[in-house]
Design a protein around this ligand. Structure first.
Ligand SMILES: [Zn+2]
Length: 123
């Protein structure tokens, strides 16, 4: 399945989750429906501090509509950490980082290799 983009509602929800979790991180798995990333499954647990969301991914279930992951960086750095680069290949093709202060444009998408990639926002 080719991914065409992410649903705006879901992106807004991810930004909201980042804000609600701050100063902690949240981590979620993303699933697609008909080529659009449209749902999330929050991973259990709370991690205090930054760059530690990868612990969530050790208990990651893999489903058929699995598209990737999203997690927040309370420090606002919109780049994958070393730990992120280790789990992106396991998490899937599209990996979103949501950064403080969690405004509309405070996110980036990365491939499994940790390279920045375009992801369309679909109304
Ligand atoms: Zn991270």
């Amino acid at each position: 399945m080719t991914i065409r983009g992410i649903k705006r509602d879901l992106l807004n929800l991810l930004l909201e989750l980042g804000k609600d979790s701050h100063p902690n991180e949240f981590a979620a798995l993303l699933t697609e429906e008909c080529g659009v990333i449209s749902e999330l499954n929050l991973l259990p647990g709370t991690v205090t501090g930054s760059s530690s969301a990868s612990v969530f991914f050790d208990m990651m279930p893999l489903g058929t509509h699995h598209a990737g992951s999203a997690h927040s960086h309370p420090n606002g750095v919109l780049r994958p950490s070393g730990a992120d680069l280790n789990f992106f290949p396991r998490a899937g093709r599209y990996n979103l980082i949501i950064g403080a202060p969690y405004r509309e444009g405070d996110w980036r998408c990365f491939t499994a290799d940790g390279e920045p990639c375009e992801l369309a926002v679909i109304p």
